[in-house]
Every structure is written in C-alpha cells, then in structure tokens.
Design a binder for this molecule. Structure first.
Ligand SMILES: [Zn+2]
Length: 104
C-alpha cells in the first residue's frame, strides 16, 4: 500500500477513514458571485480548510456536477458562471451539511 492511501491524521487506509467526512461537517462555506473585468460572472466558494479537504478533488467534482469550468487557488474555489442556485444541493450531495453553507 502506498503512502498516499494512508490517512495522515488517523493512520487508517483512506477508504475506511472518516476524517474527511468529519472535516466536511465542520466547514463553514461561503458562496458569492463576482463579475470579472471581462464581464463574465464567476462563483467563488470560500471558507473550506484546504488542510482538511482536498480542494483540487472538490473542484473536479463540482465542475463535473455543474458542467462548468473552474479552479482552486489560495483556498478559494472559482467556478465559471453563476451557480448559487445549485451549489447548496450539490455541496450537500458531496457531504457538506447545507446548514453550514452561506450563499449571498
Ligand atoms: Zn483519517
């Protein structure tokens, strides 16, 4: 088994470790949109602790579910377009409690 498959927090194999699930329930997520200078709207998802949650994995899942482009940088996920109306549901599907998601 490679090092990558062992959780660094609890030392259990990642497929049975619950640390990510536990961490997800503790995130306070903020969602808002911004209009960038080229006139396109982007949705920013912040407040997720990137030491606990893999943002690159999360952004890949969000891009698939929302069928949009996006990236993760400096602890903030950026999605192309306005996805506020769907993000609560999509993040809840991924294990983030919808009560902890603040959409403005
Ligand atoms: Zn663990």
């Amino acid at each position: 088994m490679s090092f990558d498959e062992i959780c660094s927090i609890c030392s259990l194999p990642k497929d049975i470790c619950r640390c990510q699930e536990l961490a997800k329930s503790e995130q306070r997520i903020k969602v808002h949109t911004e209009r960038r200078k080229w006139g396109r709207e982007v949705t920013l998802v912040s407040g997720i602790d990137s030491r606990e949650i893999s943002l690159s994995e999360l952004v890949t899942k969000l891009k698939n579910k929302l069928a949009c482009g996006g990236s993760a940088k400096d602890g903030v996920i950026l999605l192309m377009g306005d996805h506020r109306h769907r993000l609560r549901e999509v993040l809840a599907e991924l294990g983030f409690p919808s009560d902890n998601i603040d959409i403005s």
